[in-house]
Ligand binder design. Sequence first.
Ligand code: HEM
Length: 400
Amino acid sequence: MAETNIIAVGNFTQMRRPYEPRLYQPGVDAFWQDTDFGPELHVVGRKLAEETIPRPELTRKAYPSSDDLHPSFTAPWGDDPDDRAGTPGCHDEHIALIRQWFETPAVRRMEDGFSALADRLIAAIRAKGDRNGGRFDLANDFAGPFALGCAGQLIGLELAEADWRDKINVHVSAPFSDIPRQYDIDAEIWRLFGLRAVRRGDGDGGQLIDAVIDAVRDDRLDPRFVVPIVWMVLIAAESTTSANIVSMLGLLDEHGLTDQVRANLDDDRLLTRVVEESLRMGHVFDSTPPLRAVRDMRIGDFDVPKDTIVWVWYVSANRDAPNDDRFDITRQPNHIAFSTSRDPHVCLGAHMARRMMKLALTKLLGGLPHLRRDPEGSVRQVVGLNNSYLQADFVFAPEH
Ligand code: HEM
């Protein structure tokens, strides 16, 4: 057989589970994605990244109960209503509206704010640690609020509250075919959006939400897309980056590398490799949503007829070469953390996510001496659309 990155062809049970670092405890508050595609399912690996699957028609068949989907799945990256109606989708239009906030200059402008947020969170962890022997919850005391706060700064809304993260966790942990509708989220987003629109002062106008407000005002954006756009950016940013920060620290701890990295915090290339290797090995998505081949194609050794449902199983694809099961911060990893080849979809926040992960690494290791997993603590995860941490107990050596 020619070299192929195809991991399995067949049914769901042949998929390879995520790498299971000690952090990972399946079975606790966990769902696994559940579909009824059975034997028609093809699981493919990194090879797919080199193929182009044209924009899929995601129809009711792909999402069995798509009439009941939460609006976030009608968002630009998903199954938007116009697609279902058979007219061109508005992915490109929506992305064009918000793209500039994800580009390097915009991310650079936000970095001072991200850094200040990280400092505040670390100071609170240190104060807490002084009282309880250095114990803290990396997921809830740092990664979650940090990722949500950064997303809030990007969007232009004050969102740093634990209940937003609860809502996001409920959403990402539901099976694709049964994403709950959460009207309170819709109402809350409309409330924040309305407040911002009404109160916008002279100095405001430079954040993502302002572009959305202006587009609605000028009739360039159908108001039914306000919630999908805001919610999409929110879940895309929070659930992913917060979990990947926890995975990164967990993988370093498990492999005894924390002190080595701490001793080299001024080595930017090393930090980059730690981030990339964590994205490969501790990747937070199991798989893409089901895609549909819109023409006959060949992927690796397989002929894939039109209409086949194809899933990209990230966790397999990112570990499909010899030694890929080793967490190795000397490698320059090649991964598909941010894309699926679903042209033209690619993670818009990849640059921002990398900056956030690197910042988290330097602030946590620089600010919390002897940071490690708390041997007496626990880790709880939800697993669904992506893997999120409900709790991740760590400990550091407090000064007092
Ligand atoms: C470690 C963190 C992250 C990972 C692993 C990740 C991964 C992904 C993946 C796999 C996709 C789907 C691409 C496709 O459809 O082929 C995606 C899309 C997207 N992500 Fe991320 N992401 C991360 C962080 C972020 C952040 C921080 C933001 C925002 C600040 C963000 C915003 C988006 C948006 C807006 C899309 C939709 C793009 C489109 O449909 O054109 N992501 N992300």
